[in-house]
Design a protein around this ligand. Structure first.
Ligand code: MSP
Length: 514
C-alpha cells in the first residue's frame, strides 16, 4: 500500500551569521514532527537550508573579503556541521544559489510575467537590509536621525529604483476567502486575526519583486538590469527543492502536487511572507496550497530578544557540549508553547534533565528492570489478565496518554504532547509506590508481582515510543534493555509484547547532573 506523504519545512536561514538557539528551536520542531509522522506510518520528509542572496549577504561577504559565493559556501558548511552535531538529519538542504533553484525561480518569474501579474515601475521607500524587508513610513519607527525597522531596530535606507512589481491586489479577495474557508490553514487563530488587522483589512500593496541597485541575486531573463528580490527567490525554495520546473525530479509531484500533508514552520516575524505572499504566489502559479502554516513565538533570554549588539546570543554548540544533542532537542521540543515567546534559561535544561529524564523516565526503567531480573532472572515477564482496579486504571492511563500525545502532535502542540508523556511517567512511578512490588516475595505473591511488572513494562514501552521521535538514540538504548526489536505506536496496546522478551539490567540511562 502507498504510504501517505508528509512534507515539513523550516525557513531557509540567512547565512549572514552563525545560527543560534532560535534557529535550533524551529529546526528541532520540524525534525521532531517529521520523525513523529514517520513513526505514524507516513512517508515523511523535512527541508531546511540557506537563503543565500541579497544585499545583506553581499555586504557580509565584502566585510570578510570574500566573493559572495565563496562566503555562502563556507557558511553552508558551518550550518550543516551544526545540524550534524545536533544529530538532525534532513531530507532536503535547499540553497538558493544552486543551479536547480536558480533556473526554476527564473521560470517562475517568467510564468508570472506571462500571466500579466508583473509590471515595471519605480520603487521608492524605506528598506531594511538586515530584515531584507521594505517598510512604509507608517510602519517604521521614527527617531531623531531617521527611520528604524520595527522588527530589528536597524536603521532604514531610503531607496528609489526601477523595480518589477507583483500584483498582489489581484489575489487579495481570493486569499481572504481562502483563509476564511480553511480555518486551520494558519494554525494559530491569533495569527489569522493579526494578519487581517495589520494587512488584509487595510488592503495589500503591490509587492516589489526585483532590485536593480545591487547584483547578488538571481538575474531575471527578461531584463538584465534586474535581480529577484529575496522573498520571491526564498519562498520558492519550498517547491524548487522538490524539483518544481525540473522534470528529472519527481518529488514535487509526489510530496507537493499529489502529497497529503504539507507544513511550513517559522517564527512570527516572517509569518506575513508565508501566509500572504506565498499562498498568492502559489495561486498565481496554479499550484496547490500547503496544508498548514505554523507560526511560533520567539525564544528570548532574560535580557530580552537575542541580538549581536546586546551580546546575549546563545550559542547552541556550548549547550550540545554540555548536555549532548538529544537533551538539547528534548528541551526545545518540550518546553515552549508555540503561541507565545518563551524564555531560555540554562537552569531549565538542567532541571528538565534531572527531574524528567533522570528521575522519571530513567528511574522507572532501571527500577523496573532491576526488580524483574532480581525476581525472575532470565524468565520473561508475561502478561496475564488482572481484575484489580489499580491495574485496569494504569492500563487505561497508558492508552489515554498515548492518544492524548498523538492528538497534541497532530495539532502541533509538542509541549502538551510531551507533558502527557511526563504525566504518564509520574503515574507509573506512583503505581510502583502504591503496589509496593518490592514486598512481594513468596511464590503466591510472585503471580501478583509479575502482573505489576508487566503493566510497568508496557507503560515504559509507551513512554520510550513517545520519546523516540525526539531522542531516537536514548529510546533505542531503552528498547534494547527492554528486549524489544522496535518501538511502535501500534504495539502499545498489545499487552503481550513482553511474553518472550529478555530484559537487560544496566547502568542508568540518564546519570543525574550536579
Ligand atoms: N531567510 C529568511 C527566511 C526565508 S524562508 C523562505 C529568514 N532567515 S533568518 O535567518 O532570519 O531566520 C528566521 C527564522 O529563524 C525565524 O522565523 C525562526 O524560524 C528562526 N528564529 C530566529 N531567531 C529566533 C528566535 N529568537 N526565536 C525563535 N525562532 C527564531 O528570515
Amino acid at each position: 500500500m502507498n504510504k501517505k506523504t508528509f512534507y515539513v519545512t523550516t525557513p531557509i536561514y540567512y547565512p549572514s551569521g552563525t545560527l543560534h538557539i532560535g534557529h535550533v528551536f524551529t529546526t528541532t520542531l520540524a525534525w521532531t514532527l517529521r520523525n513523529y509522522k514517520t513513526k505514524m506510518g507516513y512517508d515523511a520528509k523535512m527541508l531546511t537550508g540557506a537563503d543565500e542572496h541579497g544585499l545583506k549577504i553581499q555586504r557580509k561577504a565584502e566585510e570578510n573579503k570574500m566573493n559572495p559565493q565563496e562566503y555562502v559556501d563556507k557558511m553552508t558548511d558551518i550550518f550543516k556541521s551544526l545540524w550534524t552535531k545536533l544529530e538532525i538529519d534532513y531530507d532536503y538542504y535547499s540553497r538558493t544559489t544552486s543551479e536547480n533553484h536558480v533556473k526554476s525561480v527564473q521560470k517562475i518569474f517568467s510564468d508570472l510575467s506571462s500571466k500579466g501579474d508583473i509590471y515595471k515601475d519605480y520603487y521608492e521607500g524605506l528598506y531594511s537590509v538586515s530584515d531584507e524587508e521594505f517598510f512604509t513610513e507608517k510602519d517604521a519607527v521614527k527617531k531623531e536621525d531617521g527611520y528604524y525597522s520595527p522588527v530589528s531596530d536597524h536603521k532604514l535606507e531610503l531607496v528609489k529604483e526601477e523595480s518589477y512589481f507583483f500584483k498582489l491586489s489581484k489575489y487579495e479577495e481570493w486569499l481572504k476567502k481562502y483563509i476564511k474557508n480553511n480555518p486551520t490553514f494558519i494554525v494559530n487563530p491569533n495569527t489569522t486575526k493579526e494578519l487581517f488587522r495589520n494587512f488584509l483589512d487595510k488592503g495589500l500593496e503591490e509587492l516589489s519583486v526585483t532590485r536593480s541597485t545591487f547584483t547578488w541575486g538571481v538575474p531575471i531573463l527578461e531584463d538584465d538590469k534586474h535581480i529577484l528580490y529575496v522573498w520571491l527567490d526564498a519562498l520558492s525554495n519550498y517547491i524548487t527543492a522538490l524539483g518544481y520546473n525540473n522534470t528529472s525530479n519527481q518529488d514535487f509531484i509526489k510530496y507537493w502536487e499529489n502529497g497529503d500533508e504539507i507544513v511550513h514552520i517559522m517564527a512570527k516575524e516572517i509569518t506575513r511572507f508565508h501566509c500572504i505572499y506565498w499562498p498568492i504566489m502559489l495561486e498565481a502559479l496554479e499550484l496547490k496550497q500547503p496544508t498548514s502554516i505554523v507560526s511560533h513565538g520567539w525564544i528570548v533570554t532574560s535580557t530580552g530578544k537575542m541580538s549581536k549588539s546586546k551580546g546575549n546570543v546563545i550559542d547552541p554548540l556550548q549547550l550540545i557540549d554540555e548536555y549532548g544533542p538529544e537533551v538539547v532537542k528534548y528541551y526545545f521540543a518540550s518546553k515552549f508553547s508555540l503561541d507565545q515567546d518563551g524564555t531560555f534559561d540554562e537552569e531549565f535544561i538542567k532541571s528538565a534533565y534531572n527531574n524528567e529524564l533522570a528521575n522519571i523516565f530513567g528511574n522507572l526503567l532501571s527500577r523496573t528492570i532491576a526488580m524483574s531480573v532480581q525476581n525472575f532472572g532470565e524468565q520473561p515477564i508475561k502478561y496475564s489478565d488482572s481484575e484489580q482496579d489499580i491495574d485496569l486504571r494504569m492500563k487505561n492511563d497508558i492508552l489515554a496518554h498515548t492518544s492524548e500525545y498523538k492528538e497534541m502532535f497532530d495539532k502541533f502542540q509538542l509541549k502538551n504532547a510531551f507533558e502527557s508523556t511526563i504525566s504518564l511517567g509520574r503515574k507509573l512511578n506512583n503505581y510502583i509506590d502504591q503496589t509496593t512490588p518490592w514486598l512481594l516475595k513468596t511464590e503466591d505473591e510472585k503471580v501478583r508481582l509479575e502482573k505489576i511488572l508487566n503493566t510497568l513494562l508496557n507503560g515504559i514501552y509507551a513512554i520510550y515510543t513517545m520519546l523516540s521521535v525526539v531522542m531516537p538514540n536514548k529510546a533505542n538504548e531503552a528498547m534494547k534493555l527492554l528486549g524489544q526489536s522496535s518501538l511502535d505506536f501500534n504495539e502499545i496496546s498489545n499487552w503481550n509484547k513482553f511474553n518472550t522478551s529478555q530484559l537487560i539490567k544496566s547502568t542508568p540511562l540518564f546519570e543525574r547532573k550536579k
